[in-house]
Design a protein around this ligand. Structure first.
Ligand code: GUN
Length: 284
């Protein structure tokens, strides 16, 4: 039976370190850390995420500035706000919650945020830096996954790491972070042949496809570390991941639950990036 990786516990440890460093910066240098959180429209999931991000800011001692804009906001209006935030010295990080309403081009918005304040690490400059291993901002979800793997004491060097999913937000940067730690990385996606066989070769399996029960126990190698990035809702309203937990926990050595695994880490890594941004902007 697998050991459960407690994302809340690992997350609390990292948040305590961030809070301590934030308090020290304020006492010793009078430096305040601030995050702008922008939400456009009424997506209920986005509202929950944004509230959690604001709560996390409070917990670690950051200021948060919320900008809630109407569903009918134009791209130009949002770009104007980004320009203001780019120049606002109280704002160290800018977070625009995705998805955005149809009339707004997400790429245009991401590109408009100055890379120094792009705490999501979505701007092409930051994505490029991740590719070459020279990064200041870590992509939040993959960085959280790396912390969870580290918490198990697993050394990634030389391990077969399989990432299922190739999104720009999770799959692709995830593969890069594992590669930087000397993993032998395979990326699988919807067109992959022999998915089961490839997954069965994984010492570390990271699943981010957004489909409930997509990976089952018969696809998991005995003793593998299994990280479930999925966040799906069943018909009965219950949250579940991309991995069928009951069959998977019989094979894995360590496994993340949903909820309570990767989710809490993502926001924590956003806080970490915001602190990094504040220090860099202050020349520390
Ligand atoms: N929507 C879903 N995940 C994310 C994320 O990590 N950052 C932002 N800004 N929006 C999201």
């Amino acid at each position: 039976m697998a050991k459960i990786i407690d994302g809340k516990k690992v997350s609390a440890g990292v948040r305590a370190d961030i809070a301590a460093e934030t308090a020290k910066l304020r006492e010793e240098r009078g430096l305040k850390v601030g995050l702008a959180v922008v939400i456009v429209g009424n997506n209920p999931a986005s509202r929950v995420y944004v509230n959690n991000k604001k709560k996390a800011c409070e917990e670690v001692g950051f200021q948060s500035f919320e900008y809630a804009m109407d569903e009918n906001t134009t791209e130009e209006q949002l770009l104007d706000l980004i320009t203001v935030l780019n120049h606002d010295d109280r704002v160290n990080g800018i977070l625009v919650q995705l998805p955005l309403p149809k009339q707004i081009n997400e790429k245009a918005i991401i590109n408009a945020i100055v890379p120094e304040k792009d705490v999501d690490a979505f701007h092409p400059v930051n994505v490029g830096k991740i590719m070459i291993g020279d990064y200041s901002f870590l992509p939040c979800t993959p960085a959280g996954v790396m912390e969870l793997i580290a918490s198990t004491g697993t050394d990634i060097t030389g391990k077969n790491c399989v990432v299922v999913g190739r999104s720009n937000i999770v799959g692709k940067p995830m593969a890069m972070l594992l590669l930087h730690q000397n993993g032998t990385v395979t990326i699988c996606h919807s067109k992959t042949k022999n998915l089961r066989e490839i997954c069965l070769g994984a010492d570390i399996l990271v699943v981010a496809v957004g489909k409930a029960d997509f990976v089952t126990g018969d696809m998991i190698k005995e003793g593998a570390v299994v990280i479930d990035v999925g966040m799906n809702r069943r018909e009965n309203g219950k949250l579940c991941g991309d991995v069928e937990f009951e069959s998977a926990e019989k094979k894995a050595s360590y496994i993340t639950p949903v909820p309570g695994g990767v989710g809490p880490m993502t926001i924590t890594m956003l806080m970490k990036n915001t602190l990094t941004a504040a220090k860099q902007q202050a020349g520390i």
